[in-house]
Design a binder for this molecule. Sequence first.
Ligand SMILES: Nc1nc2c(ncn2[C@@H]2O[C@H](COP(=O)(O)OP(=O)(O)OP(=O)(O)O)[C@@H](O)[C@H]2O)c(=O)[nH]1
Ligand SMILES: [Mg+2]
Length: 454
Amino acid sequence: MSNLASCFTGSQSSDAKSVSKEIERQLREAKKEARSQVKLLVLGAAESGKSTFIKQMRIIHGKGYTEEDRKSYITLVHQNVNMTIRTMANAMVNLGIKYEHETSKATADKFSAFTRDDETLVMENQVTELLSFWEDSGVQKCYLRGNEYHLLDSASYYMSHLQRITAINYLPTLQDILRARLPTSGITEYLFDIDSFIFGIVDVGGQKTERRKWIHCFENVTSIVFLAALSEYDQTIPEDEISQDLRYTLGSVRHQQTNKPMVRTNSEHLHIKSGSSSPSQGGKFGRKHHHSLHNQRQPPQSIWKHQGSLPPFPSTKGTEKNPNRGKTNSDSVTAQINRLRESCALFKTIVNSQWFRNTSVILFLNKTDVLNEKIHRSHVCTHFPEFTGPQKDSVAAREFILSKYSKAFDSMKHTKRTMYAHYTCATDTNNIRFVFAAIKDIIVQSYLINYNLV
Ligand SMILES: Nc1nc2c(ncn2[C@@H]2O[C@H](COP(=O)(O)OP(=O)(O)OP(=O)(O)O)[C@@H](O)[C@H]2O)c(=O)[nH]1
Ligand SMILES: [Mg+2]
């Protein structure tokens, strides 16, 4: 400012020009600084679809996926196929299901012998054998009981595209990339230039060992996007994972409330901490791309608003056991904590945190497609006796699930703010394009309010 003041004392026109230049420079700097501060934190339990949402951001508002990027997914897609077969082979034994054909058992034994490390590319000449395994009536029965063990959400998708993905010149499509599963480790911020604002969108891992790192990115958050899978109402997770995890999260938050923040995040930096959710998720800075819309533009299936207030400290009451679940002998279902209950408890912890008193909360009730598929064979009331709605009705089911999150949000007592909920399908680009267009204004509004710009 002193530089500027001294400029005013001069009478020459060159001085006036430099004043004007300096002001412009300062304005540019101020704008740049302000633009870097829209921070969207994407949270949720493991496999809820956080990284898939960010892949969509890259497709819709970022640089997309080049041929090289797409090639880098070949191995992951094949690993997903390998893992599907191994998981199902295991589950066949654990659930005591018999194969229809002996040859299917031989295929299962062959793939079960692979360890995670020596998973190889699935060859074109294995397609007939794998298709016959997949079509085995015993394997299909096992697939329909996928909620009793840990089966990848994209299992059926990849098994139905075996011919294409094992071809010698296979190049993964955008849908193949969106369907690929790789658990996120660490915290990564991706920058996107959207409508003259820089959005820093932060991806975290949702698994128990990952959640303890979340605290490192709790500062200066404009909005939280919390992802919850609608399809997890009939699935379970190991009990020790969640209790330990929530305790840690709570402990960390309490620590942060009484001490200085452990880590200061710098919103100018693209990468807060190493770790990526995909082989080529890199290329963090997404310039604005205009992609033509497909012909059927899907509206968000529902938009819901809710007012609530915030209590002084979060509680973990949502982590109750599901009384209706009997134990199976599947090793991945050793303890019976319902995933929906656990996700609601996590949501409650987050929205109750003092860190997010002034942060707008956007809830994505994700995997509408998976819910629609499974609702015909898996009844909500089997897992939630309090559900009195009709069976095989996905609308009743999702409204019931929304009411659970609404109740968790309602637990807030001290501040007023709004929660926005959307039903989403993170693998559907048009759906996410439309939903994001709707939430973008809310996020910008929150940002402007937080910085007293409106
Ligand atoms: N069918 C379907 N699959 C989905 C949807 N959203 C995500 N998935 C799939 O679910 C799996 C898990 O999604 P991710 O995006 O990796 O989940 P995440 O929340 O990032 O998981 P972590 O990184 O472990 O916390 C992937 O295989 C996705 O393709 C959806 O709406 N429908
Ligand atoms: Mg992830």
